[in-house]
Design a protein around this ligand. Sequence first.
Ligand SMILES: Nc1ncnc2c1ncn2[C@@H]1O[C@H](COP(=O)(O)OP(=O)(O)OP(=O)(O)O)[C@@H](O)[C@H]1O
Length: 277
Amino acid sequence: MSIEVKDLSFCYNRGTSLEKRALDNVSLSIGKGEFVLIGGEIGSGKSTLVRHFNGILKPQSGSVTVSGMASTDRDVRHKAGLLMQYPQKQLFGRTVFEDVSFGPSNFGIKGDALEQRVADALEQAGLGRDIGSLSPFSLSGGQMRLVALAGVLAMQPEYLILDEPTSGLDPENRSSLLATLKELHLSGISVVVVSHQVCEFLPLADKVILLDNGWVSFNGTPVEYVRSVSSPLPEITLLMKDLIREGFDVRDDILSIDDAFEEIVNALEKRGAGQDE
Ligand SMILES: Nc1ncnc2c1ncn2[C@@H]1O[C@H](COP(=O)(O)OP(=O)(O)OP(=O)(O)O)[C@@H](O)[C@H]1O
């Protein structure tokens, strides 16, 4: 069971003078249980692509299926939950409980079952269950984002899709969100992260897909990605720090860029071998 995208094309303002082709014959597959990173420059089509996964956008040509269900089916949103960019702007409830319970209660879940769903989702999102009675607007920006994440998790999706989840977060909230995503992935949820900062999520990813002007320019493992780019030094330095943060076996006394590349590839390969065991 997977997300299958076949020959997907999509234009905004189709048939007008403002026509903009955002996706051009995109085909890809996201396996169940994978952590997939979708990267690419600003405007390369990342958001347009993932908005097809939970049916916000409908394919103009080609197809998208999620665990065998066409993305045009209304129920696809129960299989793929999307946390949009700046999701805190979408909070509306008087209490956190009201916000997080909105999806499942519309789905007919009530009473104790609803309370349990909300408590579980708050816990999975890394928030205590006691937060339910607070106003979401009394929380910090990072906590508000986690409340929005809990709202998506309360629908118990098979695929959790996050569009630029760390943008605008301070370093502390960023690390706690990354830790939460790692936990969610370990618990068996498939995670798809859209980010133009590939290095930030590379240590967590099983697969990297890059878009360039609406087409897939790269689709491979993190090791293949590192081998394929000649990243500028600051990115490599950040990646080394991110790998150390995630407990990868990397030396921190590397002097040359070539050695740094080798060290990163070795560390990622070791992790890959560990996962296969
Ligand atoms: N609602 C819209 N109407 C018209 N054009 C749009 C619309 N949304 C996106 N586009 C255009 O489609 C292209 C792809 O946009 P998209 O938002 O999918 O890219 P992105 O890679 O997610 O960018 P970002 O990193 O800025 O979020 C861009 O050229 C963008 O300007």
